[in-house]
Design a protein around this ligand. Structure first.
Ligand code: ARG
Ligand code: ZN
Length: 506
């Protein structure tokens, strides 16, 4: 991407010298990446998507997926060519109704050359027709389509979309979605938003509609046998939950946890403000993965998370992401603390609420359980690097940072920030620096030292910094003695079961 930018800048300079009209000078290909330092080819330049219409037909027995995705976008420059992030076999591409030429360039890039240059500011309708077996398509040994005995699932972060629809795959380009999937009778489909179905002989069509802005990695698709339940919360919010019938010994614990979604989303609303989407829910497919994902309004859970019994803590984590991650999304993937730090902290709040350990006890416990030479302290939650985006430190040290903020500014201002930030940035994107500036504005305090210490400085901060890792004053004990005697909070193990595959992107 960098190379391409330099080339087009040089072309621009030349055009200026030859005094070619400015509009012609600006016309060129859209960049192959949106400019995210962690993932140079994530997203694309030159256009902005407003809507995805994804129509699929899937055969679970053979993994054959046929699709037509229609993308509504606006050109942000004069465009001679643009990229989509996609790995499946495209058969035909139309741009504004005319056949466009297309080619696979690099790993996950579909390069589209429309018949005519698209003027900056004008609407673009892109239709991509494709057919492939997504489970067999690998990039770097990885396929984001998890095959199950009766179908497949797409749910991963940051990459997942390219295995089922072409997109501008970056959280900064949010759009609304219609996902419509035709499957043989007896097979069910799970995706985001409200659900309607229609029948034709032998086949059922599942139509899902997401009317609120949604980041591409938060769109999910699961096809297979599911027991789908539809209900509403006492407040009238539609709840959709779905379970594979083959969860075996984990089935009871999975349902006992995910069926509490309505109650837990109400509790979180009392902290963060009103729930940002039209539907809420969760699904548990028959997959061997260990993580969950905060897919918008329809959360992906792994059966493994319920292998040791029910776990409402993981449900709280993923529901907290509906605000911290989904409604307010990262501007760059390096801002991941805004997602994971806050989702982890929500689990600490839930622990406190359930009398299973206070947020301070959890912060002190994390602090004490990692000695100064533990590599845990080498990861900076405020800029962890692509390889450590989901490291334990982003979650646990990230949540300590939030407790440190609370200790520094007091509960009233702290809770005002938790809620106010969500209003300020609803359906948008934000950086850690913008969060710091907001917290400074609301608290009237300068927080530079606090953020630098807990988010941006490798190494274990001294005991007592921002009230973390110090013996409580009332204990009357020296910090070291108190630390040695600190018991494991009751909630600890459940909290740790949220993600069993830290340090891995895939
Ligand atoms: N955002 C997810 C969560 O914390 C983590 C996804 C990590 N991905 C992975 N493959 N481990 O809920
Ligand atoms: Zn998370």
């Amino acid at each position: 991407m960098r190379k391409r930018l330099i080339v087009s800048a040089a072309a621009g300079a030349l055009a200026l010298i030859l005094s070619v009209p400015a509009s012609a000078a600006q016309a060129g290909p859209g960049a192959a990446g949106i400019g995210d330092p962690y993932y140079p080819f994530a997203g694309n330049g030159g256009y902005d998507v407003s809507h995805y219409d994804i129509r699929l037909k899937y055969q679970p027995a053979t993994d054959e997926l046929e699709g037509t995705t229609t993308i509504l976008a606006t050109a942000t420059q004069d465009l001679t060519r643009f990229n989509l992030d996609f790995v499946l076999q495209a058969k035909e591409v139309l741009v504004n109704g005319r056949a466009a030429s297309f080619a696979i360039s690099r790993e996950q890039e579909l390069e589209v050359t429309p018949a005519r240059t698209i003027a900056k500011g004008s609407p673009i309708t892109v239709v991509v027709r494709y057919a492939d077996k997504p489970g067999e398509v690998e990039r770097g040994g990885y396929s984001a389509w998890l095959r199950t005995p009766d179908g497949g699932v797409a749910a991963n972060e940051p990459e997942g979309a390219a295995w089922w629809y072409p997109s501008n795959d970056h959280p900064t380009d949010k759009a609304t979605f219609d996902v419509s999937v035709l499957v043989p009778n007896g097979t069910q489909v799970v995706s985001n938003g409200t659900l309607t179905t229609s029948q034709r002989p032998g086949w059922t069509r599942y139509n899902y509609r997401q009317t609120k802005p949604q980041a591409t990695y938060l769109a999910t698709l699961a096809i297979g046998k599911f027991d789908i339940r539809q209900d509403t919360t006492p407040g009238g919010l539609p709840v959709i939950t779905a379970y594979s019938p083959d969860l075996g010994a984990n089935a009871g614990a999975a349902r006992a946890s995910v069926e509490r979604t309505g109650e837990l989303v109400d509790w979180l609303s009392s902290i963060y403000g009103s729930y940002p989407f039209d539907t809420v829910g969760g699904y548990v497919p028959n997959v061997p993965t260990g993580y969950a994902l905060e897919t918008q309004g329809q959360i992906f859970y792994s059966p493994a998370q319920f292998a040791r019994g029910s776990n409402t803590s993981v449900v709280v984590h993923e529901l907290a992401h509906q605000w911290y991650g989904d409604s307010v999304s990262v501007q760059r993937w390096s801002d991941i603390w805004l997602n994971e730090g806050f989702a982890r902290y929500a689990q600490w709040l839930w622990s406190d609420h359930e009398n299973e350990g206070t947020t301070q006890e959890l912060a002190d416990f994390v602090y004490d359980s990692h000695p100064a030479d533990d590599p845990f302290w080498s990861v900076k939650p405020g800029d962890p690097g692509a390889d450590h985006q989901f490291s334990g430190a982003v979650y646990d040290r990230g949540a300590i940072a939030i407790q440190a903020l609370r200790n520094t500014i007091g509960d009233d201002r702290f809770y005002a920030i938790l809620k106010g930030w969500q209003t300020e940035r609803k359906y948008g994107n934000a950086t850690v620096q913008q969060f710091q500036a907001y917290a400074e504005r609301v608290s009237g305090q300068s927080l530079g030292a606090l953020f630098t210490t807990w988010l941006y400085t490798p190494g274990k901060p001294a005991a007592g910094t921002s009230g973390i890792g110090a013996a409580p004053a009332v204990a009357g004990l020296a910090p070291a003695a108190a630390a040695a005697e600190r018991p494991e909070p009751k909630s600890w193990k459940k909290i740790q079961e949220t993600d069993s595959v830290h340090d891995k992107r895939h």
